[in-house]
Design a protein around this ligand. Structure first.
Ligand code: ZN
Length: 462
């Protein structure tokens, strides 16, 4: 099964915080026409947001490849600063630094205090300046609603509450070191970046408000999210994993826009944006961020799957897999595979020869039935796997949810071999959660008991 070229290895987050016990969640109180944006509870001051953001960005700048090109950075910072001028709850302390990550992955994220990172892939995918502005406005929404330190505050409360607050805030020194004592890191996989659906909804609302006030088409932000889901189905799981897709996103934004009042005009001049895109196209492509060492496509088969299982905790599902396999979150999916299960294909692309891959597929029509959505998914998979054939398709039941089970045959990335893929789809909101169990056709039967155990262990969250 061919996977996206630029697979990025992320460490699995191992923090098991019992956030569910917290009933307090941020709310937005809405006026008749002007929304009243109220951040959730927070033990930090805005100055401490900046301090934590600075410590976190210090780590992240070392972890991520940044694009140093002054011209593009100036464009992004000018655009960003113009936009945040319209942000509600914008404290004077916030620093508003905008950086470009040299990654083809379509993503962006924000640290407390105003450190915003936009991937090069987001520039590539945006069709006009308003859409890019929408991404920046959404991320600014996370900053001004103080989502990072709200999550940290939730974690503090969950891990002992007020008793440890003295320890966190009682002395001067690194706020990050103090969070580290709670098991919360500040790097690219930090809990500070794991926004809830509520937080995403708020960032949408603030982002839409900013676009509107700045004179952009306020629909541009959600339009961008829809476009990337449709045009780049293989590159969006990471994005929607970092940005859990709020249900009714479009309807909520439309309702908000209607309440904001008459249009303030729709900026259409993209001269500078087009120039930046053209410039980006001339610089070398982003480095491959694969954590998988180059593998010889004719290597030894993997060792047998261990009978001991460990748990993978995803945001929308959990499952158990053999403890001699590893899980890897890449840009649009989670791959779980035995040693040697990932190989480098003929054209240098990363491909999975053994194991299971899980991704989220947003069908073109949100109201499509599961069978139609699965059909469309198979068609889209065929674009990068031209030898894909459906052998058998049936309905099944996954944990009480209607699911579709499809047996596929495909070319294996292992030289000269065929592979069997067992595809299982189940609906999650407007999207389809996709599990693909992969092994070379000749040994698929010997992997079936393990695949069945994994399948039976799947639990859908929410
Ligand atoms: Zn977000």
């Amino acid at each position: 099964m061919i996977l996206p070229a630029a697979c990025q290895a992320h460490g699995k987050r191992t923090l098991a915080l019992c956030l569910a016990v917290l009933a307090l969640s941020p709310v937005i109180a809405r006026g008749v026409s002007k929304p009243d944006f109220k951040p959730g509870y927070n033990f930090y001051s805005p100055q401490e947001d900046v301090q934590l953001g600075r410590e976190s960005s210090g780590q992240i700048d070392k972890q991520l490849p940044l694009l140093p090109d002054a011209e593009v950075l100036k464009y992004l910072n000018d655009l960003g600063k113009k936009l945040v001028g319209f942000a509600p709850n914008n404290h004077a302390e916030y620093v508003w630094h905008f950086r470009i990550v040299n990654s083809a992955e379509i993503n962006a994220f924000a640290l407390p205090g105003g450190y915003i990172y936009v991937n090069r892939g987001a520039f590539d995918a945006a069709e006009n300046e308003a859409q890019l502005a929408g991404v920046i406005a959404h991320e600014s929404g996370h900053v001004v609603m103080r989502h990072g330190t709200h999550i940290a505050s939730q974690a503090i409360l969950a891990q002992g509450g007020l008793a440890i607050l003295g320890g966190i805030f009682g002395q001067s020194g690194s706020l990050g070191n103090k969070l580290a004592q709670l098991g919360i890191g500040l790097g690219v996989d930090s809990l500070l970046l794991k926004n809830s659906r509520t937080a995403e909804m708020q960032a949408d609302e603030v982002g839409t408000y900013i676009l509107y006030q700045a004179g952009y088409d306020p629909h541009a932000m959600v339009q961008f999210f829809q476009i990337i889901a449709r045009k780049y189905p293989q590159r969006t799981l990471q994005f929607f994993s970092d940005h859990p897709n709020p249900e009714n996103r479009i309807r909520d934004v439309d309702t908000e826009i209607a309440q904001l009042g008459p249009s303030r005009g729709r900026m259409t001049d993209n001269t500078e944006f087009d120039g930046v895109k053209r410039y980006l196209a001339t610089i070398p492509p982003p480095p491959q961020q694969t954590g998988t060492p180059k593998a010889d496509a004719r290597k030894e088969p993997p060792p047998p799957p261990s009978a001991n299982m460990v748990r993978y905790d995803g945001k929308i599902f959990t499952l158990n897999y053999p403890d001699n396999w590893q899980s890897q979150r890449s840009e649009d999916s989670v791959e779980i595979f035995p040693p040697g299960g990932m190989v480098t294909g003929a054209e240098g692309e990363t491909a999975q020869a053994y194991g299971v891959t899980v991704s989220l597929y947003p069908p073109q029509q949100a109201n499509w039935g599961l069978v139609d959505a699965t059909q469309e998914l198979i068609e889209s998979m065929r674009q990068s796997n031209p030898q894909l054939h459906v052998m058998q398709q049936t309905g099944m039941n996954l944990r009480g949810n209607p699911a579709v089970s499809v047996l596929l045959q495909n070319a294996s990335p292992l030289e000269g071999q065929r592979e069997t893929d067992h595809l299982v789809t189940v609906r999650r909101g407007d999207s389809v959660l996709v599990f693909i169990f992969i092994a070379p056709a000749g040994v698929f039967d010997s992997y079936s008991p393990t695949f069945d155990k994994i399948l039976q262990s799947i639990k859908l969250v929410r």
